[in-house]
Ligand binder design. Structure first.
Ligand code: NAD
Length: 263
């Protein structure tokens, strides 16, 4: 408790899934939390549940004017912004040769431009203040290609890439910028609201830790990176993926888990 006492944090996509878990954890750790999302009912209900130190703000991350208002209003009310978790994102399925330009614009508008605006506007305010921490939520798919996930995967490579440049440019001004790369996580994006935990764990049986992740496990990584414990960490890419990024199991070679070999 208290790892973010007196800090003000913005969590985009903060109304549900990983963002909601992050909003909750940051509030528990003493932060004032701006739950920023397009989901108004969920966002308001969460902010109310978190109590006096949380606010819901309607933010479409792809809309620059929304960011300008958010930064202005947050600084006007609380006087500072210490942390941004740029978590809002959308998934998109389909092979690249069949993908439509409109879908490219939608996915890049939210996943890439949304992160860019966060760096530009929140990072800009942090630069002026001489302090701050930004965590951009990328993905394990920002480390590799993924069939039928080309737009999504490449958008997460962009998040990872922009994080490096932002860390270089903002570091001299006291602002740290890191990316977190979740593997599979049990949120509405993945579970569709009706897939059981057994089914989800089975689908992740090739991951070294043999299960899907929980949203709280990603929130814990963002908390660490936004806290003073990470005061010398910038431009890092932190996988929170149960070891998935290490590779995949060859079923027919020693070391594969029994769940794959059937032994
Ligand atoms: P989710 O769909 O449950 O939640 C995403 C949140 O982002 C929602 O609250 C949604 O309303 C919000 N959002 C979408 N478009 C927005 C916009 N234009 N402006 C503001 N908010 C918007 O998904 P999640 O699993 O919690 O995903 C959170 C982040 O983690 C995303 O960036 C996602 O790509 C990434 N991620 C998820 C997984 C996973 O397995 N769930 C794995 C790797 C990375």
């Amino acid at each position: 408790m208290g790892r973010l006492t007196d800090k003000v944090a913005i969590i985009t996509g903060g109304a549900r899934g990983m963002g909601a878990a992050t909003s909750r954890l940051f509030a528990q750790e003493g932060a004032t939390v701006m739950v920023a999302d397009v989901l108004e009912d969920e966002g308001r209900a969460l902010a109310q549940d978190l109590g006096g130190n949380a606010r819901f703000v309607r933010l479409d991350v792809s809309n620059e004017a929304d960011w300008v208002s958010l930064v202005k209003d947050t600084v006007a009310e609380f006087g500072r912004i210490d942390a941004l978790v740029a978590n809002a994102g959308v998934l998109s399925f389909g092979e690249l040769v069949f993908a439509e330009a409109d879908e490219f614009d939608r996915v890049y508008g939210i996943n890439v431009k949304g992160v860019f605006f966060g760096i530009k506007h929140v990072g800009g305010a942090m630069r002026s203040a001489g302090r701050g921490a930004i965590v951009n939520i990328a993905s394990i798919d920002g480390f590799r290609g993924a069939n039928a996930l080309g737009l999504y995967s490449s958008s997460k490579w962009a998040v990872r890439g922009m994080t490096k440049t932002a860390a270089l440019e903002l570091g001299p001004h006291g602002v740290r910028v890191n990316s977190v790369h979740p593997g599979g996580v049990n949120t509405p994006m993945v579970n569709g609201g009706d897939r059981s935990i057994e089914e989800l764990n089975y689908a992740h049986r090739r991951v070294p830790l043999q299960r899907i992740g929980a949203p709280e496990e990603i929130a814990a990584a963002s908390l660490f990176l936004c806290s003073d414990e990470a005061s010398y960490i910038s431009a890092a890419e932190l996988g929170v993926d149960g070891g998935w990024a290490a590779g995949y199991y060859h079923d027919n070679l020693p070391g594969a888990p029994a769940s794959l070999t059937g032994e």
